[in-house]
Write a protein that binds this ligand. Structure first.
Ligand code: PNS
Length: 162
């Protein structure tokens, strides 16, 4: 019963993340969404907010847990063995860095990484672009799930007007 660990910053979760989590949930018996706590960065959403949004998004998927982690992803995944790290690939340029990380994680703890191609409809989505759209008042529909749209609107009341 291999666990799929789906790691990320999720600041905030997008519909691309939702797609990967749903597909992980279909393919694996257990899924752990692992939210990075990076002390050297100031995220828009606190880790508790990101966890709450991801729990809401995953609530209808019976086999998904959401946890936070600090430090090495390889350590987190190895502690949940048997496990694989599951990542979405949006575009070819994602692959270079993802390959490096996958090889490093295998080197560190023998943890395998598997990739799923993101659905074409979500290939252009990223958390940073979504934040920029919200900051400048753009429409968030089709980019993020409703719970995230609400959270972004609370931070940027003008979002969704453009
Ligand atoms: O959503 P992101 O920011 O692209 O996710 C990147 C993440 C969290 C998967 C990656 O930065 C990570 O695994 N960080 C944990 C620290 C670590 O293990 N670094 C070495 C990776 S080989």
């Amino acid at each position: 019963m291999t666990t799929a660990v789906v790691p990320g910053s999720f600041d905030p979760p997008t519909l691309g993340h939702v797609d990967v989590i749903q597909r992980a949930s279909n393919a694996f018996s257990t899924v752990v969404v692992a939210v990075l706590v990076n002390p050297s960065k100031t995220p828009m959403f606190a880790v508790e907010e990101r966890i709450a949004m991801l729990e809401r998004i995953s609530q209808d998927l019976g086999n998904v847990d959401v946890e936070s982690f600090e430090g090495l992803m390889a350590e987190f995944a190895a502690a949940r063995a048997p496990s694989v790290i599951l990542k979405g690939l949006r575009v070819v340029s994602d692959f270079e860095y993802e390959l490096q990380m996958a090889q490093m994680n295998r080197h560190l703890k023998g943890v395998e990484t598997m990739f799923v191609p993101t659905s074409a409809t979500h290939a252009y989505l990223s958390s940073s672009l979504v934040k920029e759209v919200a900051r400048f008042g753009g429409r968030l529909e089709g980019l993020v799930p409703p719970v995230v749209e609400k959270a972004l609107l609370a931070k940027y009341p003008q979002a969704g007007e453009g």
